[in-house]
Design a protein around this ligand. Sequence first.
Ligand SMILES: [Zn+2]
Length: 221
Amino acid sequence: MIASSNNDSSEPGENASRARTPFFVDKNEPKNDAVDYPAIEAAVRVILEAVGEDPKRDGLIETPARVARMYAEMFAGLKSDPGRHLSKVFEEDYDEIVLVRDISFCSMCEHHLLPFTGKAHIAYLPSGKVVGLSKLARVVEEVARRPQVQERLTHTVANLIEERLSARGVAVVVESTHSCMTMRGVRKPGSLCLTSAMRGTFKTDPKSRAEVLGLINRSAG
Ligand SMILES: [Zn+2]
C-alpha cells in the first residue's frame, strides 16, 4: 500500500474553522502551555534594539507579539507526546509494506532558530496492527514542532512507529532544505539534506531495505 500525502488529510471545512480559532483548539493539535508570550515579546524588542532598530517605529510595533505567537505555534510540540496519534490502531491481517510518501513539514533548526522545510517518507511492516495513514503525518508534524535537528526528527519518528505499532520494520527518509544553509553562512540555495532511519527488518535485511528504498525513491505517478 502506497499513499501520497500533502498533509491534506483534514476534512473539508476544517481549515476554514482553523483560520477563525487559535491553532490549538483542534484536539489533534499539540499544545504547549509553557510558552511565556510576554517574555518572548521582551526578548524580540531587545534583539531589534541590539541590531540598531527602533522597536517603537510603526512597522515594528506589532512584531514582538507576532513573533511570540509564531514561536508558540512552531514549538507547540515541545511538551506533547507525538506518539499519542498512534494509540488508535486497527487489527489488520496485512503484513506487507505500508508507505506514506511526501509528508510535508516545517521545523525549526535548533542551532539558528531558522526553519528547515521538506518532506518525510514513512514505511513500516505491520505486525497485525495498522494505524490511520493521516496519523503518520500527524506524528511528523508534531515532532517537527520543537527546536529540532533533522537527524533527531528522523529517528524520533522511526522509534515512535517501531515502539507504538510494534512494527516489524520501519523506514523513515527525510529530505529538507535548511534556511541556515541557504540564506546565511555558506549560502547554498537548493542544497538538500537527506537523512534516514531504518529499524527491524529494513535494517537487518538488505533485500527488504532495497525494496522499501526503491518504493520511496520511485518518482511520483
Ligand atoms: Zn541551522
